[in-house]
Design a binder for this molecule. Structure first.
Ligand SMILES: Nc1ncnc2c1ncn2[C@@H]1O[C@H](COP(=O)(O)OP(=O)(O)OP(=O)(O)O)[C@@H](O)[C@H]1O
Length: 571
């Protein structure tokens, strides 16, 4: 090595000998030069000659690219974990420029016949290009044959050296000469060469510029040819290598995924997702076995719409579901737009106490102590459990506002189940009077939000009047076609459940028929259950088919006795 010269700005200084470095402990990386200064090629420490000038401040970014540096030497980059052999293979030299130590990456023309440019890397991470970068191919391109199975493209020279070294300097690796911002241009220029390889793996930095460079560069290649190497936890290949995690680098290369534009996923790539899929295991049951039999529970990322005529009992049913989920340990959000949060709270506490306390007009101060304690205990297990979040709407039911609240409940409060009672009120306040359009817009936004947050949304919606015959309030059968608005509610819901109850029939008015109108999960539709409302407890209990039949018979007999034949009711 001795005798090689390295350039200094005014004078030439000559390399004399390798010495140990007391900064990094290297036995021989500290180079002594004829003017007395020392430079350690391993830790990059610069020691000025005694009485000599300190290293020049600032970089050389302003300096115009001039002739190429000749000379320099190969040495291991100890800090970077790069061996001397790697630097030799890649022609990556240590040299000096204007008195500053630099690392020199040599860039060849695409034919590989001549060095046309050099990229200098200063200790302070400044870069300077010498020569004619426009004539250069990719860094390292000259090292490999023009065809092959796979080439890895990195964003920087050191990463290219790292990856090459980790693959015994055998497999094609190249680097973009001009960083992430010039990536697309550089790859486009060398596209023909890159396309000589069956697979092109982009291994750019794991940061914003690196990720957007991937998005820009990947579409340059024919579909299926470009793969993206990703590595969590490290900015780039060399950082992982320095941290002793070289295996991660190799895994990232071999595990690189075929690039597809956002949103397109290859079926062959989702096995892991399938095996990690807990969505079904995470399904919670409904409080009623009949409904579970058809709908198989409430699942995450699903939108379930509950519908019925006025006063049939939609709120009562969702309240029962809410109570069941809450006492089962779930976290849930309730946006009950037609009642106050006090009313919602009392409803849930009443279900816990088995009595409808919202009907009790006694002032709190007049309640017996034991009743106060019982209510407090019911509160603690339900409303006050820390797992229930209510929306105090103050009449504000504007769609965007509600969507934001739902998003917050999901992401900020950890609610897995959210109840929105009801959609009709969300769209009824809109000025333009186009309810159909408003429902479509609101439904689309809600559906998107369900997907985004992964929640299970239970939505209440009203029905249009049936075209003829008795109304839903007198027990008319529900159907998807009677959902309000255009077809979006039916279309965008995973399940639609209709409730039917004849509020005027003396015998059967406490019995609600639960009908599954749509069931995307299993396709099973029809009557799922009959629920008996017990006034004293406020509970909805599933009743047996025998009980329902006896009530139906009794109702029929009664109507015959009264001389008014009933229509063919179903409840
Ligand atoms: N199955 C039932 N049997 C008897 N009464 C019921 C039944 N379900 C609900 N109720 C009672 O009917 C009233 C109206 O119920 P709820 O508010 O749940 O109906 P809704 O369908 O939500 O009404 P709206 O159309 O006004 O939104 C409440 O007092 C409730 O306790």
């Amino acid at each position: 090595m001795s005798g090689e010269t390295v350039g200094r700005s005014e004078e030439e200084s000559e390399f004399l000998e390798h010495l140990p470095c007391d900064k990094c402990g290297s036995s021989d990386a500290n180079a002594l030069f004829s003017d007395g200064h020392l430079y350690c090629y391993s830790c990059e420490a610069y020691t000025p000659a005694e009485g000599g000038p300190p290293p020049e401040a600032g970089g050389n970014r302003q300096r115009k690219a001039g002739g190429l540096i000749s000379g320099g030497e190969f040495s291991a980059l100890t800090k970077r974990g790069i061996a001397e052999m790697t630097c030799r293979k890649w022609g990556y030299k240590l040299s000096s420029y204007n008195g500053k130590r630099v690392q020199v990456a040599e860039l060849y023309n695409p034919e590989g016949s001549e060095v046309v440019a050099q990229k200098l890397r200063f200790a302070n991470k400044d870069f300077l290009a010498l020569g004619d970068l426009k004539k250069a191919g990719l860094f390292g391109q000259h090292l490999w044959r023009d065809k092959g199975k796979m080439v890895v493209v990195t964003e920087g020279e050191i990463d290219a050296l790292t990856i090459s070294q980790l693959q015994d300097l055998k497999w094609p690796v190249v680097s973009i000469p001009s960083g992430a911002s010039g990536a697309k241009k550089a790859l486009a220029k060398s596209l023909e060469w890159l396309l000589g390889f069956e697979t092109i793996v982009l291994f750019f930095d794991n940061d914003e510029p690196g990720r957007s460079a991937v998005e820009e560069c990947a579409p340059l290649f024919p579909p299926g040819r470009c793969k993206i190497a990703r590595m969590d936890g490290f900015k780039d290949a060399n950082e992982a290598h320095q941290a002793g995690q070289s295996g991660e680098v190799i895994n990232a290369i071999w595990g690189a995924k075929v690039y597809r534009p956002d949103g397109i996923v290859g079926g062959a790539e989702i096995w892991e997702d399938l095996t990690n899929d807990d969505e079904l295991a995470e399904a919670s049951p409904y409080p009623w076995p009949g409904l579970n039999e058809l709908l198989h529970g409430l699942r995450m990322s699903e939108l379930v719409t509950l519908t019925a005529g006025s006063g049939v009992g939609k709120t009562e049913v969702v309240r029962a579901i809410a109570h069941y989920l809450l006492t089962g340990g779930e976290t849930l959000g309730m946006l009950m737009l037609e009642e106050s949060i006090k009313r919602t709270a009392k409803g849930l506490m009443g279900l816990e106490l088995n009595r409808p306390i919202h009907l009790d007009m006694t002032a709190w101060a007049d309640l017996p102590e034991e009743e106060k304690e019982a209510r407090r205990a019911a509160y603690d297990t339900t409303v006050g459990s820390g797992r229930l979040f209510l929306y105090d709407h103050f009449g504000s039911t504007e769609v965007e506002n509600l969507l934001n609240r739902v998003r917050y409940l999901a992401k900020g409060c950890g609610c897995r189940y959210i109840i929105l009672d009801h959609l009709s009120i969300v769209v009824s306040g809109l000025d333009d009077g186009d309810e159909r359009k408003a429902i479509d817009v609101a439904m689309t936004k809600l559906r998107t939000l369900v997907q985004e947050t992964g929640i299970c949304l239970i939505l209440i919606s009203h029905l249009k009047r049936p075209p003829m015959g008795k109304g839903h309030e007198e027990g008319a059968m529900t159907s998807l076609s009677q959902l309000r608005g255009s077809h979006s509610i039916a279309q965008l819901s995973d399940a639609v459940v209709g409730l039917e109850r004849n509020q005027q029939d003396e015998v059967t008015k406490n019995i609600t028929t639960v009908r599954v109108l749509k069931n995307r999960f299993s396709g099973e539709t029809g009557i799922a259950a009959h629920l008996l409302y017990e006034k004293e407890t406020g509970k909805l209990t599933e009743c047996s088919p025998e009980f329902v039949k006896s009530m139906a018979d009794e109702a029929e007999a009664k109507s015959k006795r009264s001389g008014f034949p009933e229509e063919d009711d179903e409840f």
